[in-house]
Design a protein around this ligand. Sequence first.
Ligand code: ACM
Length: 271
Amino acid sequence: MGVSNMKIAAVQMQPRFAQPEKNRILIRRYCERAAKQDVDLLVYPELCVSGYNFVSKDQVFNLAESIPDGPTTTSLINLADQYQLTVVIGIAEREGLNKVFNSSAIVNPRGFVGKYRKIHLFAREKEWFQAGNNPPKVWSLGKAIIGVLVCFDWAFPEATRILMLEGCEILCLPANLVLPYAQLAMISRSIENRLFTILANRIGTERTLTFTGRSQITDTHGKILARSGKDRTGLIVAEIDPRQARNKMLTPTNNIITDRRVDLYHRLLQP
Ligand code: ACM
């Protein structure tokens, strides 16, 4: 591997609904498997400790945990140190006596890095969660600058755009997709922002919802570097040079940042 190369990976799994202990065992096993393949950055699906298709806000609250003090983040901090990797994972996050967010925690060998709270809630998530109120942000983690969104955020290209403008080289997207579009949309997000994407989706059915699998990793030109099937679990891995995402020239004379016509985009900031 070249000096600047790194291995990035997505876990495609089938969490067991409302069985956090069992899911944490699965999560640990994927960390061990990733470490055997020298993975540097590992992304798990959205809500992969609790499951997704809740019946009530009370149910989510009881399955949620705090970040970073809850059991999943605490144990991943130890695993990230033991296996020398960065982990991004989707967790139902509890705050105080009644708030729950659909969050992602980021940890690395130095400990807790940060969290992102999903800002675009999908369908019944509006009954279960509070929407996050902070704009998407990036973290510079040694080998790469990463940004994190959660699942349905894919449908709002502005979110990825903000991350790109903040310097994001690798977009991590923990997901529980039920629509078939995000895999295609991530190809566009890669091309129009010239960044890598890691889409970690789940499989299986929970009551009325079936999840679409097909986790994937794309490069800065939208090429699919690794892809999973629609109903198999496992790890997909790709070796990349994150510095490729610093090249924003779409043609020798077109730069996707400086060619933007911000003088004509005011409408984007109106309701
Ligand atoms: C989704 O945002 N989980 C579809």
